[in-house]
Design a protein around this ligand. Structure first.
Ligand code: GLU
Length: 484
């Protein structure tokens, strides 16, 4: 049965010892905090994980009973609900969940999403279970969260993460709705749902799309490119992506479609490389058919996938798991820009090695924030009970048509029916979601870069992002008047 432990951070009993990921997140925080003027107590409060729920529950698996271990961490309650994905992996433990929850707090603040950070995890290899078993595990986990008030549209709102997707979110929403049947906002208890179950169009591609916007801003920043001795624009850029899941696939696809050359894709069972460029869509078709990217006819397969991290490229996108670039391989990385698609792919020991080499590290809390930005839009949609664009699409089309007609009358020139349809078109849900995402990624880039360029003590983009984030969280606490 479930055992609970809703404790503040520092409770030794549930810690398993040295965890490089959690240590890295805290080391990055401390590095930024050291050059900020906030009182120590305030910084300690921002850094601390507010609550963790550790549970063990029985699930009927293949005729027997298996005891499943799971966690949910709510890192910061400075804004509610808390928000963050749920991961299914054998690597899940309390420290990992806490590290990921902390990153969610900083991520939400950096992109002005009004949530605290949270994260959940179930220690299972999802590939080892049938769909029915995964459904039982997910539904039982949801019930455990409900029992302890660790889920709800105004409390804590999970989303997909490594090993989970819209299907799991649908099970969570359905379980929550069944138990909170009088809550009209129940669908807002989780994001990343299928569109037919309260999801929002554009959520699946959002993290990869957001990564693309982030990289596009950086390569169009002439000052930055001059510093890196690179040309502006994406068209001459060679890119290697680690991870061909939801984030890696969409990031590679959007970068390819805007002119970058994808020279390598790395997966857990090998990599594919082609200096002339990999057709990401064709690779996706191959992977869906064969279950692996290896053996793809449009590229050369390399067995030792992670060795490709060290291949020649301009931009490296680690979009798999944490701690992939460590002190053992950091010195051999050739990329000039690393855009962190995954959470925590570079250890705090590796980062100084990269920075010394002049590599621009674009931090996870900004680069992969597109997912939570669009989760925020989904949550807003669920609370407002209306699809974005439903009220104004046709009105806008009418207004645009009237403008076109007036211009046609004044100029004597007329548009073809096809041209008229393009110009007059009103925005639908996906247009609005993508527009909101693009605006957020651009605005956040410039806020971060104000710290990067404007503060002589700031030498790297991660520290700039942390300062931007910590400052915003500090403001929420300072406005309460509890810190001097
Ligand atoms: N798991 C994603 C992340 O790490 C998404 C979180 C969310 O949408 O709440 O950012």
């Amino acid at each position: 049965m479930a055992s609970t432990a809703k404790k503040s951070s520092g409770s030794a009993a549930l810690f398993h010892g040295h965890n490089p990921f959690l240590e890295s997140v805290n080391a990055y925080f401390d590095k930024a905090a050291a050059i900020m003027g906030h009182p120590k107590g305030l910084l300690d409060q921002i850094r601390a994980c507010n609550s963790v729920y550790y549970m063990q529950f029985p699930v009927r698996i293949k005729g027997g009973i298996q005891v499943i271990q799971a966690w949910r961490a709510e890192h910061s309650h400075h804004k509610l609900p808390t928000k963050g994905g749920i991961r299914y992996a054998l690597s899940v433990d309390q420290e990992e969940v806490q590290a990921l929850a902390a990153l969610m707090t900083y991520k939400c603040a950096v992109v002005d999403v009004p949530f605290g950070g949270g994260k959940g995890g179930i220690r299972i290899d999802p590939k080892a279970y049938t769909v029915e078993e995964l459904e039982r595990i997910t539904r039982r986990y949801t019930v455990e969260l409900i029992k302890k008030n660790f889920i709800g549209p105004s409390v804590d709102v999970p989303a997909p993460d490594y090993g989970t997707g819209p299907r799991e979110m649908a099970w969570i929403a359905d379980t929550y709705q069944a138990m909170a049947k009088d809550d009209i906002n129940a669908l807002g208890c989780v994001t990343g749902k299928p569109v037919g179950q309260g999801g929002v169009r554009g959520r699946t591609a959002a993290t990869g799309r957001g990564l693309y916007f982030a990289v596009r801003e950086a390569v169009n920043d002439a000052t930055l490119m001059k510093k890196l001795k690179m040309t502006t624009g994406l068209s001459d850029k060679k890119v290697i992506v680690q991870g061909f899941g939801n984030v890696g696939y969409h990031a590679a696809k959007f970068l390819m479609e805007t002119g970058a050359t994808i020279v390598g894709i790395i997966e857990w069972d090998g990599a594919v490389v082609n200096p002339k460029g990999i057709d990401v869509d064709a690779l996706n078709v191959h992977r869906n058919k064969k279950g692996s990217i290896t053996g793809f006819a449009g590229a050369k397969t390399i067995k030792d996938g992670n060795s490709v991290l060290e291949h020649d490229c301009d931009i490296l996108v680690p979009a798999a798991l944490e701690s992939q670039i460590h002190k053992g391989n950091a010195g051999k990385i050739k990329a000039k820009i690393i855009a962190e698609g995954a959470n925590g792919p570079i250890t705090s020991e590796a980062e100084p090695i990269l920075l010394k080499k002049g590599v621009l590290v674009m931090p996870d809390m900004y680069v992969n924030a597109g997912g939570v930005v669009v989760s925020y839009f989904e949550w807003l949609k669920n609370l407002s009970h209306v699809r974005f664009g439903r009220m104004d699409k046709r009105f806008d089309e009418g207004a645009n048509t009237r403008i076109i007609s007036t211009v046609e009358q004044l100029t004597g020139k007329t548009l073809t029916a096809a041209e008229r349809a393009v110009v007059a078109r009103g925005a639908d849900e996906e247009d609005l979601v993508n527009s909101g995402l693009e605006d957020t990624m651009i605005a956040s880039y410039h806020t971060i870069m104000e710290h990067y360029y404007g503060n002589p003590k700031v030498k790297d983009m991660r520290t700039a992002a942390f300062i931007s984030s910590i400052d915003k969280i500090a403001q929420s606490y300072l406005s309460l008047g509890i810190f001097p």
